[in-house]
Write a protein that binds this ligand. Structure first.
Ligand code: AMP
Length: 217
């Protein structure tokens, strides 16, 4: 691939449905319909720009190692990935939601804090959860799950969960209520540090186009 060729890793799924229209407004359009193709990498109307479509959890990895120059990924996954391996120059303000603690209605997570009894917390965001409760000075027992977290309290697996909340309907339907806000989440653009040096003008041009599209709402 030539030096000036830029690869942007996008997160598939719900974020993609919001990100592709923004990219289109920014003048970056894939040359075929991403959703109806089994390909994972796509040319665009811009000769030097390619789009990869992968799982959100893999976007930081591709960008860290420079296999993708730029990426679009939720702040939740960036916080979970950790590290300072890339720049995060732009908030696309899409796929907005909150990362929160949640527990069965009526359960008070602060009870037991004085006695030092351990809360059992289920999450797929194990690094975020560990950090958050450590900052609170709470010892927890962390249970890693990969999905359907909302079931864990009612099945006796955990006292509470750390999860993404949008409307709150999923929590409510499972007898849970949101408690503490850990972070506001939205889709962010990340850039590989070496790419920014080597492909500075191409990356700045893309960032400029995306920023104008974000600012235009
Ligand atoms: P809600 O019932 O509207 O609160 O949606 C909550 C569920 O939708 C969560 O369990 C998440 O898995 C998922 N969800 C909502 N918004 C997002 C987002 N922006 N990114 C990833 N997952 C989300």
């Amino acid at each position: 691939m030539s030096q000036s060729s830029l690869v942007i890793a996008l997160t598939k799924g719900r974020i993609l449905d919001e990100v592709l229209p923004l990219f289109e407004r920014a003048g970056i359009v894939p040359s075929e319909d991403i959703n109806s193709s089994r390909k994972l990498i796509f040319a665009t109307n811009l000769e030097n720009v390619k789009l990869m479509v992968i799982r959100g959890t893999d976007v930081p990895t591709y960008v860290q190692f420079g296999s993708a120059d730029m990426g679009v990924v939720g702040k939740d996954l960036l916080m979970e990935y950790g590290g300072e391996e890339f720049y995060e120059p732009l908030d696309l303000k899409l796929a907005q939601c909150r990362l929160m603690t949640a527990a069965p209605v009526g359960v008070d997570l602060s009870s037991g804090a004085q006695t030092g009894s351990r809360l059992r917390i289920a999450s797929k965001f194990v690094n975020i959860t560990r950090r958050y409760f450590a900052e609170q000075g709470r010892q927890i027992e962390l249970i890693k799950l990969n999905g359907a977290l909302e079931l864990a309290p009612s099945m006796g697996l955990a006292d509470a969960i750390v999860d993404i909340v949008d409307s709150g309907k999923t929590l409510k339907a499972n007898g849970l209520q949101p408690l503490d806000l850990i972070a506001e989440v939205s889709s962010r653009v990340i850039v590989n540090k070496a790419s920014l040096k080597i492909k500075n003008s191409a990356i700045r041009e893309i960032l400029g186009k995306l920023k104008s599209a974000v600012d235009a709402g």
